[in-house]
Design a protein around this ligand. Structure first.
Ligand code: HEM
Length: 235
């Protein structure tokens, strides 16, 4: 126990925690995207409701959810502590800003990206998770998604956040590969393909959802989308 605490207090210990929790969060994102792609089933949310019902009623999934939230907290907290420690340890500020060499700027951007993703998560959880699971809503999960994405500003916020998520994942993968000593010529193509899936295909997959709902699914319950359809732009 003592050696685990002293490992965590070192820089590499926190990097290992960030890498492991980050990889777990990535696995969650794959499952989350696969589930959310059921929104495209064109069955008025039938399949998606079934999927949501299974998620809520399965005790194993509820337990995994607790690990998920702990991982999120551990990842964010380790990132902030590591960033503060690195800043304190650095004696002098860099004079030139070069993203490829200047680790201070790179880490500042990674920190900023991570903070925006965190902010996105706060908005996301309060829009979906809280009403569906905690506070309660008369809407089904599908109806809530349809209602939220009928607002183009909400959809646009998602698209911007997803670009930032992609950037964060790209840098996250690079540093995780380094932490775990996976920067290896032999596996480079495979690692690049895995990283590409996470930083490009996964955010693009999530991004297709607000676009689909705004342009192709009519939300009869929302006056905003009706006004938007009428005027051609949100008013
Ligand atoms: C446009 C794409 C997305 C849609 C439509 C969507 C939809 C949802 C819905 C409906 C829930 C509540 C599920 C329930 O509790 O019954 C949820 C939960 C959650 N979402 Fe998303 N989500 C999207 C993208 C994302 C992204 C990009 C992330 C992370 C960066 C994310 C992270 C989470 C987390 C952590 C939860 C809480 C855990 C859970 O309920 O499984 N989601 N999402």
């Amino acid at each position: 126990m003592k050696s685990l605490v002293s490992l965590y207090s070192s820089s590499i210990g926190k990097k290992i925690v960030m890498g492991l929790t980050g990889l777990f969060l990535c696995l969650f994102l794959v499952e989350h995207l696969a589930g959310n792609l059921l929104l495209f089933a064109n069955d008025n949310g039938h399949l998606y409701e079934e999927y949501s019902r299974i998620l809520v009623s399965n005790p194993i999934i509820r337990a995994i959810e607790i690990i998920l939230f702990l991982s999120l907290a551990g990842h964010a907290l380790s990132g902030v502590v590591l960033w503060i420690q690195n800043r304190r340890a650095r004696p002098q500020k860099y004079k030139e800003f070069r993203l490829d060499e200047n680790t201070e700027l790179a880490s500042r951007i990674t920190m900023l990206g991570g903070s925006i993703v965190f902010l996105f998560l706060v908005v996301h959880l309060s829009s979906f998770f809280f009403p569906l699971r905690i506070t309660g809503t008369p809407m089904t999960a599908y109806e809530l998604v349809r209602e939220k994405f009928s607002n183009p500003w909400f959809g646009l916020f998602y698209l911007v956040a997803l670009v930032i998520l992609g950037y964060h994942l790209k840098h996250g993968f690079q540093s995780a590969f380094q932490t775990f000593g996976l920067v290896n010529k032999r596996y480079k193509a495979l690692l690049d393909a895995v990283a590409f899936f996470f930083w490009f295909l996964l955010p693009a997959g999530f991004g297709s959802i607000p676009v689909y709902f705004f342009f192709f699914v009519k939300n009869t319950a929302s006056p905003l989308v009706l006004r938007t359809l009428e005027h051609g732009w949100p008013v």
